[in-house]
Design a binder for this molecule. Structure first.
Ligand code: SF4
Length: 216
C-alpha cells in the first residue's frame, strides 16, 4: 500500500499552522533567492532565533551580493555572531557573493547542478534555494526529514541523499516544497532525535515508528 503522504502533510499543516522554519519565513517575506541562500547558510547548526536575529542585522547592512562583498570579513563575523561556525560562514558568505557576481552575473542560479558548483552549497541548501527561493520543485532533505521519513516508514534509507532520491520517486510533486519545512518543524517540536513525543504526535496513527526504542 502506498504511504499516506497526503494525510500526514495535512495533519502536520493543521497542527503546526504558522510555525515555520526561519528560512521559509525569509523566503515568504523577502522573495529573494540570494537572501534565502544566505539565510540557509546561517541556519546550519544554528537555532532559528539566532539565525533570525543575525539575518536581520545582516540585512540592515547589506542585501545584495555586491553589498555583502564590500563588507570586510571581520565585520561580517561581528554581525552574524553568535551563529554556529560564524568565522567559516563569514568567509563563505563573501565567496558565495563573489561567485554569484562573477560566474552568474549577479543572479543566483535556479538549477541543482549550478547551485552545487558554488563553494559551501550542499544538496540540502541547493534544494532549499530551489524550493523556497524560486518556488520550483525540489526536496530538501536534512537530518530531520531523513530521520522522520524513516521513522514513519515512508522510506528505508541510510543517508539524507538516498532519502532525497527516493522521495523524488514516491512523494507526489505537489508536496515537495512543503515537505521540508513541515518535517523540520515536526522534528524540532515533536519527533525529537533521541526521545520523540509520540504521545502528542498528530500523525502517530500513521507512523510505523521504525527504530524508535524510547519515546515520551
Ligand atoms: S509517532 Fe513518534 S516517531 Fe512517529 S512521527 Fe510521531 S513523534 Fe515521530
Amino acid at each position: 500500500m502506498p504511504f499516506p503522504f497526503k494525510e500526514v502533510i495535512e495533519r502536520l499543516k493543521e497542527f503546526y499552522m504558522s510555525d515555520v522554519p526561519v528560512v521559509t519565513r525569509i523566503a515568504n517575506e523577502r522573495h529573494d533567492p540570494f537572501l534565502v541562500l544566505i539565510g540557509c547558510l546561517l541556519s546550519l547548526r544554528t537555532k532559528d532565533e539566532t539565525t533570525d536575529k543575525a539575518m536581520e542585522r545582516l540585512m540592515k547592512r547589506a542585501r545584495t551580493p555586491r553589498e555583502l562583498l564590500s563588507i570586510p570579513t571581520g565585520e561580517v563575523e561581528r554581525i552574524i555572531y553568535p551563529v554556529g561556525f560564524y568565522k567559516v560562514k563569514s568567509r563563505l558568505i563573501k565567496e558565495i557573493s563573489r561567485t554569484v557576481i562573477e560566474k552568474y552575473h549577479n543572479i543566483v542560479p535556479d538549477t541543482l547542478d549550478e547551485l552545487l558548483t558554488i563553494k559551501g552549497v550542499g544538496r540540502k541548501t541547493a534544494n532549499i534555494v530551489i524550493t523556497e527561493g524560486f518556488g520550483l520543485p525540489g526536496i530538501a532533505v536534512d537530518t530531520h526529514v531523513h530521520r522522520i521519513s524513516n521513522r514513519l516508514g515512508a522510506v528505508r534509507t541510510r543517508t539524507p541523499d538516498e532519502t532525497e532520491r527516493l522521495l523524488r520517486d514516491i512523494l507526489p510533486q505537489e508536496y515537495w516544497r512543503e515537505y521540508n519545512p513541515l518535517l523540520v518543524t515536526h522534528g524540532r517540536r515533536t519527533c525529537a532525535p533521541l526521545s520523540p513525543w509520540c504521545s502528542k504526535c498528530p500523525v502517530s496513527h500513521l507512523c510505523a515508528r521504525v527504530g524508535v526504542t524510547r519515546s515520551r
